[in-house]
Every structure is written in structure tokens, then in C-alpha cells.
Ligand binder design. Structure first.
Ligand SMILES: NC(=O)c1ccc[n+]([C@@H]2O[C@H](COP(=O)([O-])OP(=O)(O)OC[C@H]3O[C@@H](n4cnc5c(N)ncnc54)[C@H](OP(=O)(O)O)[C@@H]3O)[C@@H](O)[C@H]2O)c1
Length: 303
């Protein structure tokens, strides 16, 4: 074993209480040779057995002190303002968290030469002709997408070593707000009729696959922009039917509709999704199929 393999990597997970943040924490808790710290805006962590600091990335001194005191090799930023509709009405807050917050992280990391792993979305594209590879010119149709694109640009000009992992329709179980899968299960189990769109297409991403991709970037030291998503391109209605099938729920409660009927505040890219060939070839990324992922979730939920 080389001597540098014996030195523990110091990894800071920002936004550690979110869906992705929690799963990254859980992954690295099980790894040796990692010194882990989680931070997020909430007073308390949603997890145990890992140090946690309450820290708001929009407050420059707070995130700077957190980063300087821990002195990480790598900062993984899973914090974001992710409510797509609220981003339209709460533009200043969305910009502050998704763009200014990233500027604050980049500034502190630049001083320490810490590497950054950040997350983005297929909402940076207009959804006219997806799926998209990493080289397509972005053209967001909503404010959330605009802030996420701006966050990528902050990294691009930030003079830091960084990776951006773009993802879409993240699903998986964490101790936080229900993801799409749990929302469908909960609704159908309580016999609630749900209306799901047939015209929004993507390749849903099992959160554990995204976590594996994060680790592949770190281990292979290939910092770059990658699309990290699932294997199958399906619309949200088809996805809901697969969930109902897996959990033996009543599919008749799911009504197909089109996006226009929802009258949502934020415009969505319809034909979205991300081509994952680069991650497969360069990182050896190999995501689960939806059925495999749902089987794992079923076990996790002990249903
Ligand atoms: N979920 C998806 O379908 C999806 C799709 C594409 C890309 N992504 C990207 O993937 C990443 C992770 O998403 P996610 O679904 O895990 O998000 P999430 O569950 O909403 O988690 C984000 C976390 O960041 C925290 N946070 C918000 N403002 C903060 C601040 N000022 N300082 C520190 N922490 C703050 C949130 O706290 P509160 O909850 O208390 O605000 C939450 O714990 C994000 O970059 C997102 O844009 C997600």
C-alpha cells in the first residue's frame, strides 16, 4: 500500500440533510480512510455518527469558517434551492442560494486548493429536443434552470478543480421530504387519485447511482462535467405506473394528463433527460435499471 493511501481524505458534505446529501453521508460513513463532516442550514442533522455543523452557504463568513476550520480535500455541494415553482416567485432567494452560495464555496475552496463536486440539472436545457449530452448549449426555460446554469459558470471561472454532475428526476429513500417514488406510493396507498403528465420525459436517477458516481470521480480523480442519470428514458406517467406495479398499488388511480393542464408557475423542459455515455466510458458508471432500483427501495422500506 502506498503511504498516501494511509492518509485520510477530508470530505465536507454541504447540504448534508437533503435527499442527496444524506445518501452521500451514508456512503462515506461506511468507507475507511475518510474524515467526514456534514453541514446544512438546519439546526440539527438528520443522521447520526458523523459530525455536523449548522451553516448557511449564503452567509460568506459562515461557510468560509466551516471550510477553513475543517480544511477539506474535497467539498461536495448538495445544497440548493430545489423548489422549481417557488424559484419563479422567490427569485432573489433562489439566486442567493444557488449562485451566491456557490460563489462563497468556490472562494473558500480556492484559498485551500480544495476540490469541488457540484450538482446541476437537465433544467438548464429548453427541452425541445432532449436527451442532451454534455456539449449541448444550455438554454433554460425557467428561473431554477437559470440559477443552476449560473452556478456551473461560477465554477467554470472560479480557478478551482471541480466536477459538475448533471442529473434529473432524482429518486431514492432518505430521511427527508418524500421523493417521487414515496409520493406516488403514499398517494396510491391512501386511495388518492393522482394526475401525472405524459409529456415530460427524462431518465430518472436512482440516488445511490449518483452517489456511486461521486465516488468514482473522487477515486479516479477525473474532475469534469458529467451527465449522471438512469438508463431508461420514460415519461412521468410511465414511471408512476412502474412504481404502482412494483408496490402492487391500484394503477386506475393514476390519470394521465399533459403539463399544460397543471398550470404550474414554472415552465418545464418537456423532452429532457441526459445522455450518460461519457460517464459510462470515462468513469465506468453503470446505473441500476428502474426495476432494480425499485426493488432496492422496496427492501429499504420493508414493504
Ligand atoms: N431532486 C432532483 O430531482 C434533482 C434533479 C436535478 C438536479 N438536482 C440537484 O441535485 C442537488 C441535490 O438535490 P436534492 O434533491 O438532494 O435537494 P434537497 O433534498 O432539496 O436538499 C438540498 C439541501 O440544501 C439545504 N439548503 C438550502 N439552502 C441552504 C443554505 N442556504 N445553506 C445550506 N444548506 C441549504 C436544504 O435545506 P432546506 O430543505 O431546509 O431548505 C436541503 O437540506 C441540487 O444541486 C439539485 O439542484 C436535483
Amino acid at each position: 500500500m502506498k503511504s498516501r493511501d494511509l492518509i485520510k481524505k477530508r470530505i465536507l458534505i454541504v447540504g448534508a440533510n437533503g435527499l442527496l446529501g444524506q445518501r452521500i453521508i451514508a456512503f462515506y460513513q461506511a468507507q475507511e480512510n475518510v474524515e467526514l463532516l456534514g453541514c446544512s442550514i438546519e439546526e440539527k442533522p438528520t443522521f447520526e455518527n458523523t459530525p455536523y455543523i449548522n451553516c448557511d452557504i449564503t452567509v460568506r463568513e459562515e461557510i468560509k469558517n466551516t471550510i477553513f476550520n475543517f480544511y477539506p480535500d474535497i467539498v461536495i455541494n448538495a445544497a440548493a434551492y430545489t423548489n422549481v415553482d417557488l424559484c419563479e416567485s422567490e427569485r432573489a432567494t433562489a439566486w442567493k442560494i444557488n449562485v451566491k452560495g456557490v460563489e462563497n464555496i468556490v472562494e473558500a475552496c480556492r484559498s485551500l486548493d480544495a476540490k469541488i463536486i457540484h450538482f446541476s440539472t437537465d433544467y438548464i436545457f429548453n427541452g425541445n429536443n432532449g436527451p442532451y449530452d454534455e456539449n449541448v448549449k444550455p438554454d433554460p426555460v425557467g428561473y431554477y434552470g437559470r440559477t443552476k446554469l449560473a452556478s456551473e459558470n461560477v465554477l467554470k471561472i472560479g480557478a478551482v478543480t471541480y466536477a459538475v454532475l448533471r442529473t434529473n428526476v432524482l429518486y431514492g429513500i432518505a430521511n427527508s421530504r418524500p421523493d417521487y417514488v414515496r409520493w406516488v406510493i403514499n398517494s396510491l396507498r391512501s386511495k388518492q387519485q393522482i394526475r401525472i403528465v405524459t409529456d415530460q420525459v427524462g431518465n430518472p436517477t436512482f440516488v445511490e447511482d449518483l452517489v456511486t458516481a461521486v465516488n468514482k470521480v473522487i477515486v479516479s480523480d477525473q474532475y469534469d462535467v458529467y451527465n449522471i442519470a438512469g438508463k431508461e428514458f420514460i415519461n412521468r406517467y410511465e414511471f408512476a405506473l412502474q412504481i404502482a406495479d412494483m408496490f402492487n398499488l391500484d394503477k386506475k388511480l393514476i390519470t394521465p394528463i399533459v403539463t399544460e393542464e397543471l398550470k404550474q408557475p414554472a415552465k418545464r423542459p418537456l423532452k429532457g433527460g441526459l445522455i450518460i455515455t461519457k460517464a459510462i466510458n470515462q468513469l465506468g458508471y453503470n446505473p441500476h435499471s428502474i426495476i432494480e432500483a425499485l426493488e432496492i427501495i422496496k427492501k429499504q422500506l420493508s414493504l
